[in-house]
Design a protein around this ligand. Structure first.
Ligand code: UDP
Length: 479
């Protein structure tokens, strides 16, 4: 009998199967209800020989060498750097909004003034969230923030999520910051690209292993009776509410529809993706021949229409973050564990969250590489002390310079405190990693930022309404 059943044949499922096969010598059955592998990354060559991403454009980007090198075993890469234009007030401007966008949008004298103020206030090369820019006290920067908010974020977010940006989890908007630079690329990650022969080919190569069996056109419902009560481990990458037949109600998702069009001309638009925050009901148009520089006399684009997910009508694509939805998600996960025993949830739908782990790792790697002093801020109870010791031990083994701080129970109390942060900064720390605390320390994290001390929060406590403004927030409860 097979050792693992993996439900969903996208990147998460395929990587899991390969690791189980290679590193643990375990066999897996991978199933997918769709007639193909690849999950939402599925792509195929059409009759024009253009590689089409059936479920919308996917651009691979990461700061983690390990991830890049792992995937590079299964594909070569086309070194595509993603650029997005926004169609705003009748012209195409770079998104994320940056100094070039400012030049294209405003009269020259005003553009110069705004650029100067941005550079002085935030520093050349910095990235700022729109929420942060909106908090500016300087009149010109408030004007700029309102312009970007209204023209770039408001309409797009209403279409994409059905709510105004202030109702959205701030982490979603932070994915598209404002750049104080002339770099027009959408992502700043060190490694970016598109698999040279497409995502489907990369995933197919990952699945080529004698311990991996793939069955498409097969849903979990088709096989579940076979495995109920057995010792098989289940890795589930689909929506957990569906797994349990929506017994506690539906989790909220957004869905997207891609309307494909083919045109008898070489190019349709000036970049691979053009966003339409202000016009039309679609959010963006993707033109597929850009991604692998496919040579064809015709071109294929898709118009992306977001909508609420409705069971039986469309497919869930994005989990909607929020306190209620995360509570409901946890309830489902616990019930699923009771019912199926060894079940793990993976991927954007299965895990129902965006992750921050890559940001945390990238910042810590940079600190180690640059010889920065890293402070570990712990807690006085058993998990707080253990995690401080483990992390210190690990950082030291990587050659990092580090300090630790464990608050005193009576004198200091629980959590981050400004005097302790000040003292760590005075001792030369430029990065602070919290363990077992920090998730509610919004004010203290801002204070650390004002001293030039970056913060990575790792915690397992419940979050407040808003997350701390840290470089990364790693917490299983985070929205
Ligand atoms: N966003 C926006 N205007 C844009 C681009 C993005 O308002 O021109 C907001 C929108 O709320 C979106 C979020 O930023 O959902 C994240 O954008 P991203 O491009 O990362 O979305 P994805 O590619 O995951 O759909």
């Amino acid at each position: 009998m097979v050792r693992n059943v993996i439900v969903g044949c996208g990147i998460s499922g395929a990587v899991t199967a390969r690791i189980l096969a290679e590193q643990f010598g375990e066999s897996s059955l991978l199933i997918d209800a769709r007639p193909h592998i690849g999950g939402n990354c599925y792509d195929f060559y059409d009759h024009n020989h253009i590689c089409i991403h059936k479920y919308g454009a996917h651009i691979f980007h990461t700061d983690l060498r390990r991830v890049w090198e792992y995937l590079s075993r299964f594909t070569q890469w086309y070194p595509y750097m993603h650029k997005v234009l926004g169609f705003i007030d009748g012209q195409f401007v770079p998104i994320p909004f940056n100094l070039n966008s400012i030049r294209m949008t405003f009269p020259e004298f005003l553009a110069r003034r705004l650029e100067e103020k941005l550079v002085i206030r935030f520093g050349f090369g910095s990235r700022i969230s729109i929420q942060e820019l909106r908090k500016s006290e300087e009149k010109d920067l408030v004007f700029l923030a309102n312009h970007i908010y209204t023209k770039v974020f408001l309409g797009y977010t209403q279409k994409q999520w059905g709510v105004t940006p202030d109702k959205l989890d701030p982490a979603v908007l932070e994915r598209v910051p404002v750049y104080v630079s002339r770099d027009d690329r959408y992502f700043r990650n060190r490694w970016q690209g598109i698999p040279r022969h497409g995502y489907t080919a990369m995933i197919a190569s990952m699945l080529e292993h004698p311990r991996i069996t793939v069955k498409t056109d097969t849903s979990w419902n088709d096989v579940k009776e076979e495995f109920r009560g057995s010792d098989v481990r289940i890795f589930y990458t689909g929506p957990v509410d569906e797994l349990l037949d929506w017994r506690f109600g539906e989790l909220p998702y957004r869905s997207v529809r891609q309307d494909f069009h083919e045109f008898d001309r070489e190019f349709f638009q000036p970049a691979a993706v053009v966003n339409y925050p202000e016009n039309h009901d679609f959010t963006r148009i993707s033109e597929y021949k850009y991604f692998l520089a496919d040579q064809a006399s015709r071109t294929v684009v898709s118009f992306e229409y977001p909508s609420a997910w409705k069971r039986g009508e469309n497919e869930p694509a994005y989990p909607v973050a929020g306190e209620d939805s995360h509570r409901l998600h946890r309830q489902y996960v616990e019930a699923a564990r009771e019912e199926y025993g060894h079940i793990h949830f993976l991927g954007r739908l299965g895990d129902y969250r965006y992750y921050d782990m890559d940001k945390a790792v990238a910042r810590i790697q940079k600190a180690i590489g640059d010889g920065e002093t890293i402070a570990v801020f712990g807690d006085y109870d058993v998990d707080g002390i253990t995690s401080t010791v483990l992390l210190m031990d690990y950082l030291k083994s990587c050659g990092a310079k580090c300090l630790r701080y464990i608050p005193r129970r009576i004198e200091d109390g629980y959590g981050l405190s400004k005097p302790a942060i000040q003292s760590l900064r005075d001792q030369g720390a430029t990065l602070m990693i919290t363990v077992d605390c920090g998730i509610t320390g919004n004010e203290e994290v801002d204070f650390a930022g004002s001293l030039g001390l970056d913060v990575v929060v790792t915690d397992h406590h419940e979050c407040k309404e808003s997350l701390p403004n840290a470089v990364a927030v790693v917490d299983p409860h985070r929205p």
